[in-house]
Design a protein around this ligand. Structure first.
Ligand code: HEM
Length: 208
């Protein structure tokens, strides 16, 4: 620990996180524009949305491969191992803190340490988003970019249509994750202080 706080986010993780966050925001915006935009009044012209969506999708996909490899070969991977012991109780304890304890100024039930930087809800949500929804959106996205790779029929449905539905479902859950992630990251003594941790790498110890 230094006087700046706990060093939790190494450089590769911060670069991946910044590129990924920007890419995902562009993907959500252009994805919504393509799916719901009125052809006469689109949020963005359709062709522009497709172009930005394709480029950001490729960047986020390459970023995901970098994350998966770097995470696997670094100490960071141990933060993503599910801990089933007392799982329900720990989830309830953290949820009760977010809903009541935090507003009453109670201390965090799971203070951050170098070996355990995520609370049980963060761990669950990061495992779900990074090991289920991001890979799902990357695989289905590659399929939609190269439709000749997709079976013509899946479960009696057009193959491309089936993959497009899965892609949209994954997009919905990643958007939901992002909203909750932004809110939860603001929880602390100073709402903006936690955000700076993913830029500087240091988590402020005042915020324990
Ligand atoms: C503007 C957008 C975003 C902001 C401001 C933001 C902010 C943060 C902050 C402050 C942290 C460190 C504190 C914590 O662990 O909660 C963090 C970690 C993390 N964020 Fe984000 N985030 C953004 C977008 C995203 C997106 C789109 C994803 C994934 C789809 C994501 C995935 C993660 C993961 C997996 C970690 C933990 C990294 C690790 O330590 O292994 N974030 N984010």
């Amino acid at each position: 620990m230094s006087n700046q706080g706990l060093y939790l986010y190494p450089v590769w993780l911060r670069i991946w996180h910044g590129v990924n966050a920007l890419g995902i925001i562009l993907l959500i915006f252009t994805g919504i524009s393509m799916q719901y935009g009125n052809i006469d009044y689109p949020l963005l012209p359709f062709k522009v949305s497709v172009m930005i969506h394709n480029i950001s999708g490729i960047v986020v996909s390459i970023g995901y491969v970098v994350f998966a490899i770097a995470n696997h070969f670094s100490n960071n991977a141990k933060q993503y191992v599910p801990n089933y012991k007392g799982f329900g109780q720990r989830i309830m304890k953290q949820t009760t803190y977010y809903v009541f304890g935090y507003f009453k100024g109670e201390p965090k039930p799971f203070p951050i340490t170098k070996d355990n930087k995520f609370n049980p809800l963060q761990r669950l949500s990061y495992i779900t988003v990074m090991y289920i929804f991001v890979p799902l959106i990357v695989f289905t996205g590659v399929g939609l970019l190269y439709p000749e790779l997709i079976f013509s029929k899946i479960f009696n449905m057009g193959g491309v249509q089936f993959i497009a539905v899965l892609h949209a479902i994954a997009g919905f859950f990643i958007s939901l994750f992002l909203i909750i992630h932004l809110y939860v990251a603001s929880i602390g003594k100073h709402p903006l202080k936690n955000y700076s941790s993913i830029i500087t790498g240091y988590h402020s110890t005042e915020d324990h």
